[in-house]
Design a protein around this ligand. Structure first.
Ligand SMILES: [Zn+2]
Length: 118
């Protein structure tokens, strides 16, 4: 195994050059495996670091739906707050916007409901 970088002789199966520390190319099949293994690792990193404010956006959407159907003032306000917080954290999904819109509609409907009841 000869280092491509400095030409030093290294033992077969060595992963890094003993003289310069460069990664050693171990032939085409292993290079293919390394490339194949890199892809799922990137996928995992995407799963570990999801969209910013995603939880808040989901909470906003759920509360928005709850306020819409159950005519809840508090749920509507919370949906607007969570949606705004998700947007502040950089969430660009439609969920935060939908949560805010549903929260406003639910809030307005619940105010009308209270006026009618009173
Ligand atoms: Zn080397």
């Amino acid at each position: 195994m000869i280092c491509n970088k400095c030409g030093a002789q290294n033992p077969d199966g060595a992963r890094a050059c003993m003289r310069c520390g460069a990664m050693l190319a171990n032939g085409a099949p292993q290079n293919f495996n390394q490339g194949y293994n890199t892809y799922p690792q990137n996928q995992q990193m995407n799963n570990i670091a999801p969209e910013p404010g995603r939880g808040l956006a989901i909470a906003s959407l759920v509360l928005g739906i709850v306020s819409f159907f159950c005519v809840g003032v508090i749920a509507g306000i919370l949906a607007i707050i969570f949606g705004a917080m998700a947007k502040n954290q950089g969430n660009k999904s439609g969920m935060a916007t939908a949560g805010i819109v549903l929260g406003i509609i639910g809030f307005v409907l619940s105010i009308f409901g209270l006026i009618i009841l009173l």
